[in-house]
Design a protein around this ligand. Structure first.
Ligand code: NCD
Length: 527
């Protein structure tokens, strides 16, 4: 039997499914939708799970209508045991552990969890812990977690239905997309998922329209560029529509008032005016322009005013209808019912190579002038090239912080800031630690995480016995004293649910939080 690569898969962020996998799901959703309209029961039955022992749980700790109800209608179509978790009356409000709550439900034969929460990265954590729970308790299945919106992070199932709708409107062609994203790009998780999601198109031109207070966070713009998109930034619809290159697709979002601070709430009317469509804009639109919106619209101040509802611009209603179809296919695939006939590329699991410590052969040809203050250093550790290239002030500050992080402030030694001989004007820090004779591998790991780029010399009898170049580790985890800087991240309060912070090294040494994706420079992960 071929393995079904969709079975028991979690979907925490848009990038969890490959382009081929998404194309497969879109193809199936298209079949489903056609069969639905043709009342073709035979095809529809291919999707149905028809097993009342197969549990799907909806856990919405944040409000929802569309997402929750489209999943509920999808699950009922599929014929499963569907449970809706009532978070108001649950123990989640009694300071009881989330993890225990979820795992109890896994133990009651619930296979798929659809989770909406303010806590960013919660599904990734549940996925990880769910696998461990299933193994420990010898369950016959591994639970899957679907992110139905986590704070301002991502909304990957909305992304699937958005892409499906965009493709449906593009004759299923994936060669090119020019789209304008309008509204609250700062808090809007549906638009954040587009930074990876829209990779399904070969060529993406994306115009980001929002006042600076609601602008797309730089990390998503960077991701778009990495993915080969061409992003352009505009501060208002007025500004955008006054230039000649206007996209034929507009994706509007709602100002997420519930996530805004007081400063922004005070100027909400002013901000809203910049992202609300006006009647006089209509004749500036290119022919065959379509509008989308994940919904809901604000009932008093919709960014797509209701007078547009009857115009051919209205594609948001069909987009919303597609939500149920897309979610039927998704659940059917994760249950293992659909997906056995998939061919194509799947997601490859990250393998972390321990490539961050490079042993270099020490050059002891010249006599050493390593000093411990004013005395020559005979034995001990010398760290060189510390924060090389940064300002003198920053190096000093970080030297002291490093002593504390490494637990070295109880030792004799000296620190300093020096200038590179080869490159005058370039500064670096130096640490001389005569009382430290050896560094354990966990010390080295920790040091690499603290100060990537430095060189460690282990000195014995006035000679460099070992010399190591440290790069940032590919994965930083279980290192005390680290924390994600995003206060909405599941790992932010390390004492809260005891989620250990974890970071993955990306290009140019950025450390991305494993849970919420927030990028950090290596210095920022230390509390
Ligand atoms: C969106 C969400 O919850 O992120 N809605 C949805 O899922 N259909 C957008 C929003 O709330 O504005």
């Amino acid at each position: 039997m071929p393995v079904n690569i969709f079975k028991e898969r979690s979907l925490c962020v848009a990038a969890d499914f490959s382009i081929d996998e998404k194309k497969y799901l879109f193809g199936k959703t298209r079949e489903l939708k056609e069969a639905w309209h043709a009342n073709d029961m035979q095809t529809l039955n291919h999707f149905r799970i028809n097993n009342m022992d197969f549990g799907i749980y909806e856990v919405f700790i944040e409000d929802s209508t569309r997402t929750r109800e489209s999943f509920r209608n999808a699950a009922e179509f599929l014929g499963v045991k569907l449970s809706m978790f009532n978070s108001d009356s649950s123990s989640f409000n009694k300071k009881e552990s989330y993890l225990d709550g979820f795992m109890t439900l896994v133990g009651y034969n619930n296979h798929i969890f659809i989770v909406r929460s303010k806590l960013e990265g919660v599904c990734r954590w549940l996925q990880l812990r769910g696998e461990m729970f299933a193994e420990r308790n010898k369950l016959s299945f591994k639970p899957a977690f679907i992110n139905a919106g986590d704070g301002k992070h991502e909304h990957p199932t909305q992304e699937l239905l958005d892409e499906f709708t965009l493709l449906e409107d593009n004759n299923w062609l994936t060669d090119h997309l020019h789209i304008a994203l309008v509204g609250d790009l700062f808090h809007g998780r549906t638009v954040h998922s587009k930074a990876d999601g829209l990779k399904i198109f070969d060529h993406v031109k994306v115009d980001l329209i929002a006042p600076p207070e609601l602008a797309m966070p730089i990390q998503y713009i960077d991701k778009m560029k990495e993915n080969g998109f061409e992003p352009r930034v505009f501060e208002s619809l007025d500004e955008y529509l006054s230039q000649p290159d206007i996209a034929p697709r507009f994706y509007f979002t709602r100002p997420q008032l519930e996530r805004m601070g007081d400063r922004i709430l005070k100027i909400q009317d002013q901000l809203r005016a910049k992202i609300t469509f006006r009647e006089d804009f209509i004749n500036k639109l290119p022919p065959d322009t379509y509008f989308y919106h994940p919904l809901p619209r604000h009932k008093e101040h919709p960014t797509i005013p209701t007078f547009l509802d009857d115009l051919p611009l209205n594609h948001w209603e069909r987009q919303s209808i597609n939500g149920m179809f897309m979610r039927i296919t998704l659940l059917s695939a994760i249950s293992g019912r659909m997906g056995g006939d998939f061919t194509g590329n799947s997601i490859t699991k990250d393998l972390y190579k321990d490539d961050f410590i490079r042993e270099v052969s020490p050059d002891n040809s010249k006599p050493k002038t390593l000093k411990e203050g004013i005395n020559p250093l005979v034995n001990g550790v010398v760290i060189d090239r510390f924060c090389r290239g940064e300002t003198k002030e920053d190096i000093w500050l970080y030297l002291f912080k490093t002593l504390k992080i490494m637990g070295w402030n109880g030792y004799r030694g000296s620190i300093g800031v020096g200038e590179s001989k080869k490159e005058p004007g370039v500064y670096k820090g130096l640490l001389f630690l005569p009382e430290i004779k050896q560094l354990s591998s966990s010390d080295i790991r920790r040091l690499a995480a603290v100060t990537a780029g430095c060189t460690v010399n282990i000195v014995k009898d006035n000679k460099v016995a070992r010399k190591l170049r440290l790069m940032s580790p590919p994965r930083i985890y279980k290192i005390k004293g680290t924390s994600c800087t995003n206060e909405n991240c599941i790992s932010y309060h390390a004492h809260w649910e005891h989620v250990p912070p974890e970071f993955i090294r990306r290009h140019n040494s950025t450390l991305e939080c494993y849970y919420c994706g927030t990028p950090h420079k290596f210095k920022d992960i230390w509390k």
